[in-house]
Design a protein around this ligand. Structure first.
Ligand SMILES: NC(=O)c1ccc[n+]([C@@H]2O[C@H](COP(=O)([O-])OP(=O)(O)OC[C@H]3O[C@@H](n4cnc5c(N)ncnc54)[C@H](O)[C@@H]3O)[C@@H](O)[C@H]2O)c1
Ligand SMILES: [Zn+2]
Ligand SMILES: [Zn+2]
Length: 374
């Protein structure tokens, strides 16, 4: 069937995107779900920096591609052998489909699913190939989802069913910002009550980490960004101390305020200087967690002796080391209790036609999470 979608035809456009228009709204073809697949009518799709990184070429992917991976919608059609979902069910999309039988899946680490990573890199579904095309030319999927479109066909394993009373614009955020940001704190870092935390980079993902740190009972939550308005929001969400990374001695100031650094520092900016800040504000014996995704050519220099003599740990975190089937229902339950105010991360609603403007706002650091509603 014909659907309206925002298509990225090539990477590397110059900002402002309202002029260069890297995403074009086009009518393209979507195939119905094959075995083990579903079609979702999109309700809400969030703009994440990982989409922007494909647009600007920091995260190279095959084009043409329909971007979008943080989303929620309603099941429109189910393919053969899908027995646990039905038309009308509400679902949140997860940006790594998991096969359930590769080694990482069997080790309880579906975020590292090998066929899932392979198909995501190739721009296909985990079940093989693409269900999107334009004049017979295949169009790639983004992270098994491609949510910047009226409808999407995807693997059943790319979604988690949710209750129907959760507003779908808020639900979308659980699929990426919340899973990644809260998961980095609770699953990757395993922050304990009373410990001290720093979060460097306060977009949707970093602010979700602030919420995660508060939920974990951190005694100090140090927020770091280049933008004072992000720091102000972090303070409202539970940060105890705020520092602007533009200050010439930001690291020194944080180390002094925290008597030698924090137990856990999180990098959620996607920039090497932010990782340097996070590493340098981690105290002796502490853990630095990095979840940002800089261009694969970027390098981070570190003195190995600091890892050894200070018994430091440096960990990567992909989708917050999550088990989405376990974690999304947990986070939604905490949200309903008011203990994880995810709605505070939602700063704007857009129409699909205005998607380039949304990415300008993100590139300028002026938005937290903006959601396209259909
Ligand atoms: N690991 C994962 O599974 C995963 C999932 C989603 C997103 N990501 C990545 O996480 C990063 C953040 O995503 P987002 O959507 O929240 O981005 P965003 O653009 O909304 O926010 C990034 C924030 O970092 C700040 N920043 C940039 N450089 C900084 C510096 N040197 N020091 C301090 N702050 C700095 C910016 O001002 C901005 O507020 C991106 O790299 C994205 O690709 C990773
Ligand atoms: Zn994302
Ligand atoms: Zn797997």
């Amino acid at each position: 069937m014909k659907i309206k979608a925002a298509v990225l035809n090539e990477m590397g456009a110059e900002a402002p995107y309202t002029n260069s228009k890297p995403l074009r709204i086009e009518d393209i073809d979507l195939q119905p779900p094959g075995p083990g697949e579903i079609m979702v009518k999109m309700a809400a799709a969030g703009l994440c920096h990982s989409d922007l990184s494909v647009i600007n070429g920091s995260r190279p992917r095959p084009t043409p591609m329909v971007l979008g991976h943080e989303a929620a919608g309603i099941v429109e059609e189910v393919g053969d052998f899908v027995t646990d979902l039905k038309v009308g069910d509400h679902v949140v999309m997860v940006f790594v489909p998991s096969c359930g039988h590769c080694l990482p899946c069997c080790e309880g680490r579906p975020a590292l699913c090998e066929p899932g990573a392979e198909s995501n890199n190739a721009g296909t579904l985990i079940s093989g190939g693409s269900r999107l095309s334009r004049n017979e030319e295949s169009v790639s999927h983004h992270l098994g989802v491609s949510a910047f479109a009226e409808y999407a066909t995807m693997s059943r394993n790319s979604v988690i069913k949710i209750d129907k009373d959760l507003p779908l614009d808020q639900a979308a955020l659980f699929g990426c910002a919340v899973l990644t940001g809260v998961g980095a704190v609770v699953n990757t870092g395993k922050v304990e009550p009373g410990s001290t935390v720093a979060v460097v980079g306060l977009g949707g993902v970093g602010l979700a980490s602030i919420l995660g740190a508060r939920l974990s009972g951190a005694s100090r939550i140090v927020a770091v960004d280049l933008d004072d308005s992000k720091l102000a929001l972090a303070k409202e969400l539970g940060a105890t101390d705020c520092f602007n990374a533009r200050s010439p001695d930001c690291v020194g100031e944080i180390r002094e305020a925290t008597q030698g650094g924090v137990n856990y520092a999180f990098e959620l900016a996607g920039a090497v200087p932010a990782l340097e800040t996070a590493y340098n504000v981690t105290r002796r014996g502490g853990t630095t967690v990095t979840a940002g995704l800089p261009h694969p050519d970027k390098r981070f220099a570190l003195a190995p002796v600091s890892l050894v003599a200070e018994e430091r740990t440096l960990k990567g975190s992909y989708i917050g080391t999550s088990v989405p089937m376990r974690d999304i229902p947990r986070y939604i339950s905490l949200f309903r209790q008011g203990r994880l105010p995810v709605d505070r991360l939602l700063t704007g609603h857009l129409k699909l036609e205005n998607i380039n403007e949304g990415f300008d706002l993100m590139a300028q650091g002026k938005a937290v999470r903006q959601v396209i509603t259909f």
